[in-house]
Design a protein around this ligand. Structure first.
Ligand code: URA
Length: 433
């Protein structure tokens, strides 16, 4: 086999075989039979010609088999996982994981750290004093068998081909290819070993997928790949034309997750947590219908079992769970600066990416891998899309540990679009199964 023939075949719009795709992925990962320039040309051919579901599944499997695959077979019962394509203010795992675990469903999640406007799930959890993410694989499995939940940092080398491929795509204008995104995400998800997977595909200006059409194609392909690999799959397509919930920033988001576990979280965030939990409950076989699963999810909030499971998780991973029971204990930022409106009207849009950037400039996210995160800083929205605001009223509060927040203030102010029409925001646009 030769890389050049495979590139030509895809360039001409023909379907590849599993062996040809394996040849490309393996040869590129090892760096012997496929050179970077050949993989770049291959990616560009895929970008223009696409791949069908079967080819994308072979691509996923080749990347999945390039590294470790977590063996969760020693965990008893159904194992579930969730993934979001990346949203500002997205702290869904902090609610969904303890909620489903409180029903006996096993939530064993190993996450990598990433760069981002706000920290990832691990950074958020580390804002709880003492919480440790560095747990050995054996202890991770034992913890899930004991209490049904573990949220830890990645120890295994999952899908290394994706890491190398993504770096190449990033500099060759081939990130925005639906089969390449789907195989990238699914290779990592499948390597994590769960039986049931829920995907949250963000749609909107702040997301990879700018419109519902594209997002539907991506969700359908990922669901199809997962099913071909024997998993139970669901995908929610959710609106990213404003941040999720009110809080953006690490401990601020943990506090909002705790509020939600106590039954008084923001409406949109609560709705998404209930929806994702209901899908996982349904696909785990604990309910016969979505409605029944949704009721079970609500019950675990009302009876506080989801909150207690979160306390158990924090205790098990060495964290101080008194912070969960009394969130006032979280250290506060030194300055809380209001950003106010200069006119009357309805909030029509809040640029999620701009809010994320403001949080990163405050120190809440990483621009470089070795950046240190300030857990206390971030943005708390006071007005969401659809709210009426009067001139002089507060749009959002900046939580900062520095005095000069002029850059962040401009970012937050510019993120708000205010107009004459009241918009009824819709968070969950579609469910793909
Ligand atoms: N997220 C991923 O993990 N991979 C992509 O290709 C795009 C988003």
């Amino acid at each position: 086999m030769r890389a050049v023939d495979i590139i030509e075949k895809k360039r001409n719009g023909n379907k590849l075989t599993e062996d040809e795709i394996k040849f490309m992925v393996n040869g590129f990962t090892k760096g012997d039979t496929v050179q970077d320039y050949q993989m770049s040309a291959f990616n560009m051919a895929v970008y223009f010609q696409g791949m069908d579901d079967e080819e994308a599944t072979w691509m996923t499997k080749a990347m999945l088999n390039s590294g470790d695959i977590l063996d969760l077979s020693k965990i008893h019962g159904v194992k579930v996982d969730k993934h979001s394509t990346g949203g500002v203010g997205d702290k869904t795992s902090l609610v969904v994981a303890p909620l489903v675990a409180s029903l006996g469903i096993k939530f064993a999640k190993m996450s990598g750290r990433g760069l981002g406007h706000t920290g990832g799930t691990l950074d958020k959890l580390e804002s709880i004093p003492g919480y440790t993410i560095g747990i050995k694989e054996e202890d991770f499995i034992n913890q899930v068998n004991r209490i049904g939940i573990a949220l830890i940092g990645q120890t295994a080398d999952l899908a290394p081909a994706d890491k190398k491929l993504y770096a190449l795509r990033d500099v060759t204008a081939t990130v925005e290819s639906i089969p390449l995104i789907a195989s990238s995400i699914m290779s990592k998800k499948l390597a994590s070993g769960a039986d049931v997977i829920s995907l949250d595909v963000k749609v909107g200006s702040g997301a990879f997928m700018k419109n519902l059409d594209q997002a539907t194609k991506l969700a359908e392909l990922m669901v199809s790949i997962g099913k071909m690999c024997g998993k139970k799959m669901s995908a929610e397509l959710t609106n990213m034309d404003e941040p999720l919930g009110l809080a953006v920033g690490n401990s601020l988001e943990v506090i909002e997750a705790i509020d939600t576990l106590n039954g008084h979280g923001p409406k949109d965030f609560t709705e998404l947590c209930m929806e994702v939990s209901a899908e996982l409950i349904l696909d785990s076989g604990l309910a016969k219908s979505h409605e029944e699963a949704y009721k079970l999810a609500l019950r675990q909030i009302e009876n506080k079992e989801a909150l207690h499971k979160f306390v158990e998780l924090v205790d098990a991973q060495g964290g101080d769970s008194s912070y969960i029971l009394n969130p006032d204990k979280f250290p506060k930022a030194k300055y809380i600066v209001p950003v106010t409106s200069t006119k009357d009207g309805y909030v029509t849009r809040i640029d999620a990416l701009a809010i994320g950037h403001a949080s990163m400039y405050l120190g809440g996210g990483r621009a470089k891998m070795d950046d240190k995160i300030d857990h206390a800083v971030g943005i708390v929205l006071n007005k969401k899309v659809g709210d009426y605001v009067e001139k002089g009223e507060v749009l959002a509060y900046i939580h900062a540990n520095k005095e000069d927040v002029s850059l962040e203030t401009k970012c937050v102010f510019d993120a708000y679009a205010i107009g004459d029409t009241k918009i009824q925001p819709k968070l969950i646009l579609k469910v793909v199964k």
